[in-house]
Design a protein around this ligand. Structure first.
Ligand code: NAP
Length: 310
């Protein structure tokens, strides 16, 4: 372990982490920003066009937006590390973090911005056939389903976005939703509902994924009358939301019942002095790129004030 005690380590690199990096670097804190080994850039790396990030009236591709935020963080002096933090001790005045390569770092302040991970339906065969027809990322895997009939589960913006994107490849996309109304925003619903390749299967849940080597179909249950049926599909895209990535924080930072980090009031202060949290890791409600970026800014300002006072 080096004797260096960094002012600030930022863990996570979505819009929240990079924005915290931009602000902290401009405050001359020389933040060390752990981007993640495979998850660098966060959830937006798996999206296509982002139409609602202010400043881009003609939309911007998710990974391009993240490249810009990353470049901006780096330009002002953030030290980017493409690795994971695998262990943290966050109590006390000096925090200790261990990365995936075995390096131990010390810091006076830490910003947690680890975002969220895709939710699974929770079926045994969903896991077994993951990568063999079951996917959580249309932009990554859509290409493999040319001229095939595939299903998307979910009724939120993610499901509408995935379904619409998948019509570029698939012959038909069936959105399977457990209720009879969608939670997605009006514009996304309209786009999906007017797409001739998209069919909606209402009041339906997936109770099994069928197939020996690859997905061949789904077993479905009607949530109103309980009747069961099977339907042939070669792909299943699961788009049912996200859970906060707070596994490493259990027992250290105060979390709520769903695993989100609790922050004090409108600030990004956690229950531990010198530890701040932002982005999807704290946000039940909004979970937008722009709100995550805003809270990353708040976290950097909170950390800067904390460090100035110590
Ligand atoms: P979400 O809004 O939480 O929607 C999740 C959907 O999955 C809901 O329709 C829910 O059904 C369903 N669901 C949850 N658990 C399920 C289960 N176990 N089995 C079957 N269905 C299940 O999540 P999201 O769509 O990922 O969106 C998250 C946030 O990101 C939202 O704030 C959204 O606006 C934002 N987002 C924005 C964009 C964009 O603007 N371009 C794109 C993607 C996401 P119920 O409706 O019955 O609860």
């Amino acid at each position: 372990m080096s004797d260096v005690i960094h002012e600030l380590v930022i863990v996570g690199s979505g819009p929240a982490g990079y924005t915290a990096g931009i602000y902290a670097a401009r405050a001359q804190l020389a933040p060390v920003l752990y981007e993640g080994s495979v998850t660098a850039g966060g959830a937006l790396m798996n999206t296509t066009e982002v139409e609602n990030f202010p400043g881009f009236p003609d939309a911007i591709i998710g990974p391009d937006l993240m490249d810009k935020l990353k470049a901006q963080a780096e330009k002002f002096g953030s030290i980017l590390v493409r690795d994971d933090i695998v262990e943290m001790k966050l109590q006390g005045d000096v925090k200790t973090l261990v990365d995936g390569s075995g390096n131990t770092l010390q810091a006076k302040a830490v910003i947690l911005a680890t975002g969220s991970a895709y939710k699974e339906i929770g079926l045994e065969n969903e896991k077994r056939l993951s990568g063999r027809g079951v996917s959580w990322c249309a932009t990554c895997d859509g290409f493999f389903f040319r001229n095939q009939e595939i299903a998307v589960v979910g009724g939120g913006d993610s499901a509408m976005e995935e379904a619409t994107f998948l019509t570029r490849f698939a012959s038909k996309v069936v959105v399977i939703h457990r209720r009879d109304s969608l939670r997605a925003s009006k514009i996304m619903v309209e786009r999906a509902q007017t797409n001739p390749k998209i069919e909606f299967l209402w009041n339906t849940e997936v109770i099994d994924v069928l197939g020996a080597e690859n997905v061949t179909g789904l077993k479905l249950r009607n949530t109103v009358d309980g009747s069961e049926s099977e339907r042939a599909f070669t792909g299943l895209f699961v788009a049912i939301g996200h859970s906060p990535r707070s596994e490493l924080l259990v027992g250290q930072v105060e979390l709520d019942d769903e695993g989100y980090v609790k922050v004090q009031g409108r600030s990004t202060h956690t229950n531990l002095s010198g530890v701040f949290a932002c982005g999807d890791l704290v946000d039940h409600t909004y979970r937008q790129a722009i709100t995550a970026a805003g809270s990353g800014c708040q976290a950097a300002l909170d950390a800067e004030r904390f460090l100035a006072g110590h």
